[in-house]
Ligand binder design. Structure first.
Ligand SMILES: Nc1ncnc2c1ncn2[C@@H]1O[C@H](COP(=O)(O)OP(=O)(O)OP(=O)(O)O)[C@@H](O)[C@H]1O
Ligand SMILES: [Mg+2]
Length: 496
């Protein structure tokens, strides 16, 4: 499009390389052509800052079509505007047709990769994740995937396996936080008959089941100290013993691990072995939270609406611009999973054939404000090094402020939820408490004099478990402790 002296030879080179192409200029209706042809790639050969080109780039982004923009050398002076073009990739003119063809081929291959893996996203962060997956899939090195809950860690782990030479071989996932310590070891390494009470038969562990394939160790940050030692041995020698076994077992397994805990901090706190950390962290992939790549929200929303409307057999037109705007600016603490779940509920519950702003539950739009994100950006720009401490302090203060706001909001919403009542004597207590427990029926935690910290903790755990009907994961989240810690405490306080 535009700049014919670049477009014509490039078009010829693309055709010669076997691509089927269509050329159009800004005089034609670009968006209509793109909608009609739904190409795999749009190349902007000139006038990239013109409104019609920007409009086209935005349309392509939402339709998950890649764009390559060829820039004039003078465009680089407007670097910050180039960043806002919203294209997938840029090249500086003069561009040799062969180089452009190679880039085009790469972009198209990456798009196929997204189709194969289901990893959607046009943001630079997601494109970087895809490049890393491409690089890491062919080898057998251990990969550590880091990212908040719901950012797509399992999706990425599967993608690495599916693109690796191990595809077609087993992909075995283990949630390291879901099992108590004793079961986790037998789950991972198997056990011999009679290894412990109840071990009636020999059982193969997940490492053996994953032989020649990939094992995905999810929530690796929750793994207890004793298991950490054993895992280290597997990573070093690919050998282990079944529980109760004396024969070393050798396997050929690729390890992909994931955690939503900053593992480095756990190492500093002495909760996670540093030697194990380094063994796991040979290659790593960081999945940024959705609030840091809001430009991906519209296309995720459209994709989920299409997918879930089909799954639930509902005819759906889509979403109003106002509703979309609200979703783009929501905080998304639960990231892509939360977004997907919300779209599912709206697709099922929305009264019309379109999601409107009024269909979005108000609690989605609240929560941590956008402030830390914006502040982060400003500080990063204004600081050429040396400002990390200041950034850290400001961030901590902000986080604290947000937590206080969140607490206040929760109390306003539901003043009954957390109640601290100081009671002098037992007679008054029996009037307040339905039964003689620290936690009563509606999840209220009560303090009475004479209670130790342990009593209060036990009561808080009981209350959280009750509130989330025994869902330990949610309870641990609300209590702000690791799932494994919660398991340990449940055991210690005999709450099972
Ligand atoms: N980039 C993405 N494109 C499309 N779908 C995504 C993307 N990222 C995540 N999802 C979807 O969001 C949901 C959560 O993803 P996933 O289970 O991989 O997250 P996770 O990081 O493992 O979360 P957790 O830490 O809670 O286990 C899944 O339904 C997944 O398909
Ligand atoms: Mg997961």
């Amino acid at each position: 499009m535009d700049d014919l002296s670049t477009a014509v030879p490039l078009n010829a080179a693309l055709e010669a390389a076997g691509f089927s192409t269509a050329m159009f200029s800004s005089l034609d209706d670009g968006p209509r052509t793109v909608r009609r042809e739904s190409p795999e790639l749009v190349i902007l050969t000139g006038a990239v800052h013109e409104p019609h080109a920007l409009q086209l780039a935005a349309l392509a982004r939402d339709a998950e079509i890649s764009t390559l923009a060829l820039l004039e050398p003078t465009d680089s002076e407007r670097a910050e505007r180039v960043g806002r073009l919203g294209v997938t990739e840029t090249m500086m003119k003069p561009v040799a047709p062969d180089d452009a063809v190679a880039t085009a081929r790469r972009l198209i291959e990456r798009r196929h990769l997204q189709e194969r893996t289901g990893i959607a996203g046009e943001s630079a962060a997601i494109q970087e994740v895809l490049v890393k997956i491409e690089q890491m899939a062919p080898v057998s090195s251990t990969v550590l995937i880091l990212g908040e809950s719901g950012t797509g860690k399992e999706l990425v782990a599967k993608a690495i396996h599916d693109l690796s030479p191990r595809r077609g071989r087993p992909f075995v996932a283990v949630n390291c936080a879901a099992l108590p310590e004793s079961l986790l070891e037998s789950e991972l390494f198997g056990h011999e008959k009679g290894a412990f009470t109840g071990a009636a038969e020999r059982r193969l562990g997940r490492f053996e089941l994953a032989d020649t394939g990939t094992i995905f160790l999810d929530e690796i940050g929750e793994i207890p100290a004793a298991t950490q030692v054993k895992l280290l041995r597997v990573l070093e020698s690919r050998t282990f013993f079944r529980v109760g076994g004396t024969q070393p077992i050798k396997v050929d397994v690729r390890v992909v691990a994931a955690t939503n805990r900053p593992l480095r901090d756990a190492v500093t706190l002495g909760e996670f072995r540093d030697d194990l950390y380094y063994r796991l962290n040979v290659l790593n992939i960081y999945l940024p939270p959705l609030r840091e790549r809001r430009e991906d929200i519209p296309l995720l929303v459209r994709r989920f609406i299409k997918e879930l409307a089909r799954a639930h057999d509902r005819t759906f037109r889509g979403i109003t611009p106002e509703a979309m705007q609200r979703l783009v600016s929501a905080p998304w603490p639960g990231n892509v999973r939360q977004l997907r779940n919300l779209i599912e509920s709206m697709v099922v519950l929305a009264p019309g054939a379109e999601i409107r702003a009024s269909d979005i539950p108000s609690d989605i739009l609240e929560g941590p404000s956008l402030l830390p994100v914006r502040l982060g950006g400003q500080l990063r720009e204004g600081n050429a090094g040396g400002g990390h401490e200041l950034e850290f302090i400001l961030r901590s203060l902000l986080e604290l402020k947000l937590q206080v706001e969140e607490l206040r909001r929760r109390l306003d919403e539901n003043p009954q939820r957390v109640q601290v009542i100081e009671l002098g004597d037992q007679s008054t207590l029996s009037e307040v408490l339905p039964h003689d427990e620290g936690a009563n029926g509606d999840g209220t935690v009560i303090y009475r004099s004479g209670m130790t910290m342990e009593d209060v903790e036990k009561a808080a755990i009981q209350a959280a478990l009750q509130e989330y009907r025994g869902n330990r994961r949610r309870a641990a989240e609300v209590l702000g402790i690791g799932e494994r810690t919660l398991y340990r405490k449940i055991k210690a306080y005999q709450l099972e």
